[in-house]
Design a protein around this ligand. Structure first.
Ligand code: AGP
Length: 606
């Protein structure tokens, strides 16, 4: 998704802008640009990477106030003209925008009818011309922006600089913006990652907020004009270690961070003595948990797959009806919301527009939602107000790995907690807690000796398509494996519950077709053997992920053993080979592992 960075202060702006853009690259983009105020406003923008923009910059771009942007194209193709910043006709105003202006077409038509020449195909550009109109009519910058936004419909995170004013005007509605507070200088960013090396003090804007940011002050106000106090909060090092270190890619780094990330998620939340778990942020007593009529989980992509694992764990351990929903579908299906039901919004970034919209839909119908989120202070976390952080640490690779495992771990903790408030015995609880406690070490053990990943790569990298099969708790793991291989190696993949394979997908199989089967040592394993044999009978090559030492290995062409654990927790182990298969295949195919084409780390548009 698009990224924004801004600076105003006593130092040269450009270094902050370029470093900020580089730190925002993980969000996914296809062009970038900067605007620096130095008497006039100098704008440079270009398709491609930030390095391509840097290469075209003159030797020096002076100025102590500037804004910058990485664009992930929504309206208008990937061209230099469509890149941000966009400028007024006289070049005295420059603007960057994240989000979608839904009535842009109407606004464009009116501007063009009045003789304004728009230079791009974007929705964003209409805003800078409308602001210019207001300034020309005598409005001050903040008023000009507010009046303009009152005419717009949609979502925005914007920053605007003015040739004749020493300030940056920002506004937020649906696309996050955070102001980093300095001494004699301030920064603005679309998320907290670029700020973490600059300041720990931030002012987080909420939807409907505007801010007037100068070198020595921040004034926030609401859309209706009311001033608000610019509450300063601390980042508390929420991002942790966000550098690549010795790893070639963030994805590999984050795969190998899973043992520690899982420890961070579990620490302080396991009650071994009572065979219980506690997610304090959920804020529900045992008595309240007993009365929950049903549980609903919402997510997209990997978060949805983790929710589907969580669904099975919660329903199994607590015997409470539990469903996982696709956020983008849920919000449009006019759901019936029981106000005393329990809803979870599962999201790594905490900024996914579809999940945020689903949260608001539930709240609008009187329901409460709790977050299961990685990024502290993110929009969904604040919208929910309560929930638990999964403590994965920064996940920058577009392909989610450690966040998946930690989401599953957090939902497993909740499954134990609500289970013990209901029918789960102390003995069973203790057994589960002890198994869960061992998971980080088992993950580390596997990652030290992952098995024949390269052999699998040779089998899948040139395949027309790859079929992933799993039953029960392994069905969402199959979906996660398919998603990983699709999104970073661009190989068409299909994930199916193994029992469904013969109702259609089996038609895809021909001699040599690779089929990845997840078959841990659980009650469904024998059924899965039948599915394997049906595939083999049609010439498929079986890549089997199974419990180490299990004789089922004989059913495979390529066998990948993972450590044994409780059937409820196998996804945190069986997902590991799938992550490595995707990673190594993408490398073999020369794909951009951390920034796959067309994808963004956080999808903040619907
Ligand atoms: C997963 O590898 C993808 N990057 C994507 O499906 C992602 O899980 C999805 O966009 C949801 O993101 P979130 O967890 O930040 O809400």
């Amino acid at each position: 998704m698009c990224g924004i960075i801004g600076y105003i202060g006593e130092q040269q702006a450009l270094p902050f802008l370029l470093d900020g853009l580089r730190r925002l690259e993980y969000r996914g983009y296809d062009s970038s640009g900067v605007a620096v105020k130095n008497g006039g406003i100098t704008v440079h923008k270009k398709t491609g990477k930030v390095a391509d923009l840097e290469a075209k910059l003159p030797a020096s771009v002076e100025g102590t106030c500037g804004i910058a942007h990485t664009r992930w194209a929504t309206h208008g193709g990937v061209t230099d003209e469509n890149a941000h910043p966009h400028c007024s006709a006289d070049g005295k105003i420059a603007l960057v925008h994240n989000g979608i202006i839904e009535n842009a077409r109407n606004l464009r038509n009116r501007l063009e009818n009045e003789g304004v020449k728009l230079r791009s195909e974007t929705d964003s550009e209409v805003l800078v011309h409308l602001i210019h109109r207001e300034i020309s009519n005598g409005a001050k910058p903040l008023t000009a922006v507010r009046r303009t936004l009152k005419r717009a419909r949609g979502t925005w995170g914007i920053c605007v600089v003015f040739e004749d004013h020493e300030k940056i005007i920002c506004a937020r509605n649906g696309s996050p913006l955070v102001i980093g507070v300095g001494s004699g200088e301030n920064w603005i960013a679309s998320d907290t990652l670029p700020l973490q090396t600059l300041t720990q003090q931030v002012v987080r804007l909420d939807d409907g907020d505007l801010a007037e940011v100068s070198a020595d002050g921040i004034k926030t106000s609401r859309f209706d004009g009311r001033t608000t106090d610019s509450e300063v909060t601390s980042l508390d090092g929420e991002w942790g270690e966000a550098e690549l270190g010795d790893f070639p890619h963030f994805m590999l780094k984050e795969i190998h961070e899973q043992p520690e990330a899982l420890r961070q998620c579990l620490t302080g939340r396991l009650d071994i003595k009572n065979g219980n778990a506690r997610l304090g942020g959920i804020g529900l007593t045992a008595k309240q948990l007993q009365k929950i009529p049903h549980v609903r989980l919402l997510g997209c992509g990997t978060a949805l797959n983790a929710s589907q694992v969580g669904r099975i764990v919660i329903e199994e351990l607590a015997r409470v009806p539990t469903l996982a929903h696709v956020s983008s579908e849920f919000r449009h299906n006019n759901p019936v919301i029981e106000t005393n039901a329990l809803h979870f919004a599962v999201s790594q970034s905490g900024e996914t527009a579809d999940t945020l919209a689903a949260v608001k839909e539930i709240q609008l119908k009187g329901g409460e939602v709790r977050g299961v989120i990685n990024v502290v202070g993110s929009t969904i976390a604040r919208q929910c107000g309560r929930g638990c952080y999964i403590h994965s640490g920064p996940e920058q690779s577009v392909a989610s790995t450690k966040a998946f495992s930690n989401m599953v771990a957090a939902l497993s903790l909740f499954g134990i907690q609500i289970g013990r408030a209901r029918t789960l015995s102390r003995e069973k609880g203790k057994k589960l807690v002890k198994s869960l406690q061992k998971i980080p070490k088992l993950v580390g053990d596997y990652l030290e000796a992952p098995g024949p990943i390269e052999e699998v790569v040779d089998l899948v990298k040139d395949a027309k398509s790859v079929l992933f099969l799993g039953r029960g708790i392994s069905a969402p793991v199959a979906r996660e494996g398919a998603l990983k291989l699709m999104e970073i190696a661009y190989i068409p993949c299909l994930a199916y519950p193994a029992g469904e394979m013969k109702h259609g997908p089996i038609a895809l199989l021909e001699e040599g077709s690779p089929v990845v089967v997840i078959a841990p040592n659980d009650s469904l394993k024998d059924k899965t053997v039948s599915s394997i044999q049906e595939c083999r009978a049609r010439g498929a090559k079986i890549i089997l992920i199974h419990e180490e030492g299990d004789p089922i290995a004989e059913e495979a062409d390529i066998s990948i053993p993972v450590p044994a654990t409780d059937p409820m927790f196998t996804p945190m182990l069986t997902v590991l080979p799938l992550q490595l298969i995707a990673y190594q295949t993408a490398l073999a195919l020369g794909c951009d592992v951390d920034r796959p084409r067309n994808l963004a780390k956080s999808v903040t548009v619907e």
